[in-house]
Design a protein around this ligand. Structure first.
Ligand code: SF4
Length: 369
């Protein structure tokens, strides 16, 4: 939009009430218009003088127009956050926007730059943060936000992603040429509700549902999760909610006055309640936690004990595929694990021949539910 039409809109807007936007303040009074910019203040201006002054502050006017047009609410706040509008003065920000500004939202890289067509008009591009330096021509180009829906369902190995905020977003694509509205829509497709919840938190309105309340609300087959011991909820959070597993910052605790000691994460967008994936997993853990502990005696060499620990660590860290077949120094190496199995497990799969339940007739009683 050209500067004259922006000035028209400004004159209309200031007639409706005072304007305050990133260092540009203006008010209409009985003695004319007052205008304050980062460098000066003028009072008693008539409309022609006001327009003249605005023409001398093209970027301030354009910046006002951009955010005036964006309306209120989460979209405007998010787009301002993308270009650090709350912390960078307009002149400096427009200089950097001419080159382009890149921000990260989880694994999304959000790039914004001025188009150079209309003053201050912005265009946004999304891609995976791992693809920031990949030439644009080497990435699959999507055309509109809805094009993201299907690819976001699977990781790079083609496995279904049950949790959209898990750090396994697929790479190799870009979605460019977006206006602000489409940019936010695309972000919300990649990471549902994250912009809305980020905004609620920013405004002090994030309603958090803690574990105990979530458990009490469950019905049917999930009703048992409210029995999960307090201590086990820490393990749930450690298993599923830390940054290596989910990029949301967990804000829920056990109860309003009882936070969890497990790290909630560092991400920009909050998690306001235990998600369905966690509740479904907790159902299984609740059943398992009902079992009484027993003491077993296994005979292992010190290295074998450490190998069992290595295997648990490696599987929990999702790192099994990182271990090379020839690297038998790694406890979770496949050949080494097969060796351990050959040496220490009987034909029924019992570690060191120790049956799980000696009182049961079925000694091949491994839990396979
Ligand atoms: S409950 Fe945990 S795993 Fe689920 S979305 Fe929240 S932080 Fe992520």
């Amino acid at each position: 939009m050209d500067a004259d039409r922006q000035a028209d809109a400004f004159v209309d807007a200031v007639a409706d009430g005072p304007i305050a936007c990133d260092g540009l303040h203006s008010e209409a009074g009985p003695d004319g218009y007052s205008v304050e910019t980062p460098n000066d203040r003028s009072e008693g201006l008539d409309e022609a003088a006001l327009r003249e002054l605005l023409a001398d502050h093209e970027r301030l006017l354009d910046n006002w127009w951009t955010w005036h047009r964006a309306g209120d609410g989460s979209r405007r706040a998010f787009l301002r956050w993308v270009e650090s509008a709350d912390s960078r003065p307009v002149a400096e920000r427009y200089d950097t926007l001419a080159e382009g500004v890149t921000t990260e939202w989880g694994e999304l890289s959000i790039h914004v730059e001025l188009t150079g067509e209309d003053t201050g008009d912005r265009r946004y591009e999304l891609r995976h943060i791992d693809d920031i330096d990949v030439p644009t021509a080497d990435l699959a180009a999507f055309e509109e936000p809805l094009d993201l829906r299907r690819p976001m369902k699977f990781d790079d190995d083609g496995r279904y992603r049950p949790l959209k905020t898990a750090p396994n977003m697929p790479t190799g694509w870009r979605l460019g040429g977006l206006d602000g509205r489409d940019c936010v829509e695309a972000v919300e497709i990649a990471y549902p509700a994250t912009v809305a919840n980020w905004y609620r938190e920013k405004e002090g309105n994030l309603d958090i549902t803690h574990w105990r309340e979530t458990g009490e609300r469950q019905t049917g087959i999930y009703g048992i999760v409210e029995e999960l011991p307090r201590e086990a909820v820490e393990w749930v959070a450690e298993a599923a909610c830390v940054d290596s597993q989910c990029l949301k910052r967990r804000e829920w605790g056990y109860d309003e006055d009882d936070s969890l000691s497990t790290d909630g994460g560092e991400g920009p967008f909050p998690c306001r309640e235990p998600c369905s994936l966690v509740v479904a997993a907790a159902r299984r853990w609740t059943t398992l936690e009902r079992e009484d502990e027993r003491t077993y005696e296994f005979t292992l060499t010190p290295s074998e004990k450490e190998q069992v620990e290595d295997i648990i660590d490696t599987v929990a860290g999702g790192a099994t595929e990182d271990i090379r077949e020839a690297d038998v120094y790694q406890g979770a190496n496949r050949y080494r694990t097969r060796y351990l199995r050959a040496k220490r497990m009987d034909e029924e799969g019992n570690l060191c021949g120790v049956v799980t339940d000696p009182d049961s007739d079925d000694h091949d009683d491994h839990d396979d539910q």
